[in-house]
Design a protein. Sequence first.
Length: 213
Amino acid sequence: MATKTLAVLSRKGGAGKTTLTAHLGVLAHEAGLRVLMLDADPQGSLSYWSDLREAEQPEIHTCTPTEVPELIKTATNVGFDLVLVDSAPAHSSDISLLAKHSDYVVIPTRPALFDIAAVGATIEIITALKKRGCIVLNATQAPRGVGEASLTTDARAALADEGLPVAPFSVAQRAVLGRSLISGSAVTETEPKGKASSELRKLWQWIEGELNG
């Protein structure tokens, strides 16, 4: 299996990139992949989470955006299955660099007006590079009963014509996600049978299919 690179990118802060990256990395590891996670955000939140972890996998390395291409080459040479890149709400040059060296890009966004309006700036970069990717609705209102909350449905409709597909599975804002990260874990490790774990597994399985498609 050739090494794949998945970058989680957004020019807007507060989109939940690190939380999503951490969980995707653990889900990929649980699926049997050898995963290298690159923390290219100067804030270093992913690395801080790694320091709290008792588990040694997935592997996490702190770097700058300019170091990412060489680290991807190294990961390929030593047999990693997946390189997962967490990024800062960066200037377009850094996002362009990370997207250029990725096989697939995930753009998380909250389902709020200003967040949705800001997605276009990142999408323009991705589509200009002719890269494949998707938008993930993140920190959405937890659904009550069957189906998504109306705000999530409205956000999905608003993003439908942005030029990239919107992932069919969203990630609801649940307290358990934050509690899990504080303990150095992912929610699939602390509450593997919970609703949050189910949502994230469905999202990962869909993204994995897109990445390998």
